[in-house]
Write a protein that binds this ligand. Structure first.
Ligand SMILES: Nc1ncnc2c1ncn2[C@@H]1O[C@H](COP(=O)(O)OP(=O)(O)OP(=O)(O)O)[C@@H](O)[C@H]1O
Ligand SMILES: [Mg+2]
Length: 402
């Protein structure tokens, strides 16, 4: 019997379109002998749709077609099954689902929100759990944890927008502990949105003013000179991990922008009406695969990636990005992407794992995680409140509960 895999994608995020590309790619690669694919598309206004036509990229050119022919559904637990049920009357079941495969990027999806929702419903799902997803989206949380684990990274400071508004001089002073140039980043938005490099202190305020439009929490860190950027994927969970090939990402700009990553032709064409999302998403950024790295650094990146993945308790298949000072041969960890663009399939191909078996491995890890979760006690049969009386508290249990 086939496993019914609900592929969830889209959602309210700046990476909405990228998620559609990643998900459609994946749905075309899932093994149909083993899996029934149930596309679950979340619109930018948070409506959930299902329907076979959502497997075809063409449909996304006209949202009205989705609203007309797709089924507007909710995910639900009903009579012992996980089901997609019509949201509107008549509230009939459209499909069963055995496991959810989230292929969402960024906020409201990759960041623990979707995982929390799925966990509340109780359905098995692929990838990192709530805790690792949250930390994987917040650049400050992830850095604090990695610093504690002894991973090498650039020096950084962070602050809230409210504290900056109250006393910007103090923030400027805090940042002066770092060596300029620095880079200013909103802590939780992805895709380089709101990020800028600041060469000297006079320009800092301008960069922060831009970044706080996107986030309450701002990170400022030292810029890595002689930059070489490399990425590696790690697959597994807290028990086992394995690493992919390492890629080197080559950018035409000072740093990788949204346009570099996803839009053909780079920055200049961003404003044009014909801006075209690159059909391969991250898979086709300018890259060298494998990266041009000395053996020692190659090893270092692999070891750091495994440690970073494990300490966050990540699961599934994450891409971990590194910044290297190629003159000093110094490696800094930059960030983790719990659900990377194109699921970083191209990094696994180099290791002889094709996209179809990558997806299967990820689903199997999701099933293992679910079983593990079930095996841990998370509630008790007994109800200590049954002896509770409004006036006397717990009869006979007084004192014990302190
Ligand atoms: N400390 C740094 N020194 C030099 N360049 C940096 C540094 N931090 C980031 N960059 C450049 O900026 C780019 C974007 O930064 P980063 O990867 O941290 O955020 P992001 O791309 O918004 O996150 P996501 O990858 O989740 O979309 C990097 O790919 C890199 O080119
Ligand atoms: Mg990045």
């Amino acid at each position: 019997m086939s496993i019914k895999v609900g592929v969830v994608f889209g959602g309210e995020t700046v990476e909405h379109e990228v998620s559609i590309i990643s998900a459609v790619q994946a749905m075309n690669k899932l093994n149909l002998e083993k899996y029934d694919i149930i596309p679950i598309y979340i619109t930018k206004d948070r409506e959930w749709y299902t329907g076979d036509m959502l497997k075809d990229i063409e449909i996304y050119k006209d949202m009205s077609l989705i609203k007309k022919y797709g089924k507007n559904v909710v995910l639900y637990y009903k009579d012992g099954n996980y089901v997609l049920q019509n949201k509107n009357f008549p509230k009939t079941v459209v499909s069963d689902v055995d496991i959810i495969f989230p292929i969402v990027h960024g906020t409201n999806g990759e960041d623990g929100t979707l995982q929390g929702y799925l966990q509340m419903i109780g359905i098995p799902y692929v990838g990192s759990n709530v805790y690792s997803s949250v930390v994987g989206q917040d650049k400050v949380y992830m850095k604090d944890i990695w610093a504690e684990a002894g991973l090498s990274m650039t020096k950084y400071v962070w602050f809230y927008d409210v504290d900056y508004k109250k006393d910007s001089d103090k923030i400027v002073k805090d940042v002066s502990k770092l060596k300029y140039p620095v880079i200013v980043k909103p802590a939780t938005t992805g895709s380089s949105v709101g990020i800028s490099v600041v060469e000297k202190e006079e320009k800092l305020i301008e960069a922060i003013d831009d970044a706080i439009q996107y986030d309450r929490k701002i990170l400022v860190e030292e810029v890595v000179e002689n930059l070489q950027e490399v990425n590696i994927a790690v697959m597994g969970n807290y028990e086992h991990q394995k690493v992919s090939e390492i890629e080197e990402v080559i950018s035409t700009n000072k740093f990788l922008t949204y346009a570099d990553k996803y839009i053909s032709g780079g920055k200049g064409k961003l404003k044009g009406k014909q801006q075209r999302i690159n059909s391969k998403g991250m898979a086709s950024a300018n890259r060298k695969l494998p990266a041009d790295l000395p053996e020692k650094l190659h090893k270092e990146v692999e070891e750091m990636a495994i440690k970073a993945f494990k300490v966050l308790g990540s699961s599934g298949n994450s891409r971990i990005d590194f910044l290297i000072d190629s003159k000093k041969n110094k490696v800094y960890i930059n960030e983790i992407n719990s659900i990377p663009g194109s699921l970083a399939f191209y990094l696994w191909e180099e290791k002889g794992i094709n996209y179809t078996s990558l997806l299967e491995d990820m689903i199997n890890i999701g099933i293992k995680d679910y079983k593990k979760r079930l095996s841990k006690t998370s509630s008790f049969e007994s109800n200590i409140l049954k002896n509770f009386t409004a006036n006397g508290g717990l009869k006979g249990a007084k004192g014990k509960l302190r």
